[in-house]
Design a protein around this ligand. Structure first.
Ligand code: PEP
Length: 251
């Protein structure tokens, strides 16, 4: 039985004061939730303050990225050691905005995934097709290729720890959501690919989140699909009440 996992990707939003306000508003709203795993991913500058605020709560801390390198001359990068040092347990990897604006490739993703796993950080690996790719009938090729290449550094025995986030690029931040059927179709295909790569037992244990304009009003139906095991939430994670409603919909 896969435990639903809801993570909030705050992207480049919130100063430290605003981040604390948000997380302190969220904590009491979800304090009674034990059957859903919950994480928030603030910007790097807010991680330490948010980590302090989350102590003793049921909310985990994720970074929005992780360096593949251990340390050294990598200006602007943040290593796994540094993330662990401030209390991160998870890292989002290969978000479509990183791929689109910062040129990240599946090869980068696989290196970052390796660094995360080597340091006991759970990778949340994002995959998803653009609208042009969907319209050209390439959704499966693109998404399954990203899964295979992005997870090429993962060993069979560690696969169950990895979280995948299927996020159709055309649904991110647009207010347009994949229908539950559209999402389920891709999630099922991803799980088949995971079975091919890591075996059926691992594939059955791995969580696949959906992301792309998830909100309180559509969460229940999406999360009710057989292969949708949670959500990676952008915009709606910036308001405590909205994010809490999504978390409660996952129960
Ligand atoms: C995201 O950035 O991961 C995301 C899904 O954003 P939104 O919920 O705003 O579409």
């Amino acid at each position: 039985m896969r435990k639903p996992f809801i993570a909030g990707n705050w992207k480049m939003n919130n100063t430290r004061a605003a981040a604390l306000e948000l997380v302190n508003a969220l904590k009491p709203l979800v304090a009674d939730v034990s059957d859903v795993e919950i994480a928030v991913a603030p910007t790097f500058t807010c991680l330490q303050d948010v980590a302090e605020a989350l102590k003793g709560s049921n909310i985990e801390l994720s970074a929005q990225n992780i360096s593949y390198a251990k340390n050294g001359a990598y200006t602007g990068e943040i290593s796994a050691d540094m993330l662990k040092d401030v209390g991160c347990t998870h890292a989002i990897i290969g978000h479509s905005e990183r791929r689109q604006y910062f040129g990240e490739t599946d090869h980068d993703v696989s290196k970052r995934v390796r660094a995360a796993l080597d340091n006991n950080i759970i990778p949340i690996v994002c995959v998803g097709e653009t609208l042009a790719q969907r319209e050209a009938g390439k959704t499966s090729d693109v998404v399954l290729g990203q899964v295979e290449n992005g997870l090429s550094s993962v060993k069979k025995e560690e696969a169950a720890k990895v979280v995948i986030a299927y996020e159709p690029v055309w649904a991110i931040g647009t207010g347009v959501t994949a229908t539950p059927d559209q999402a389920q179709e891709v999630h099922a295909a991803i799980r088949l690919k995971l079975a091919e790569l890591f075996g059926a037992d691992n594939a059955a244990a791995m969580r696949i989140q959906y992301g792309g304009s998830v909100k309180a009003s559509n969460a229940k139906e999406l999360l009710g699909q057989a292969d949708i095991d949670g959500a990676l939430v952008g915009g709606a994670s910036l308001k405590a009440a909205d994010f809490s409603a999504i978390i409660h919909a996952a129960k």
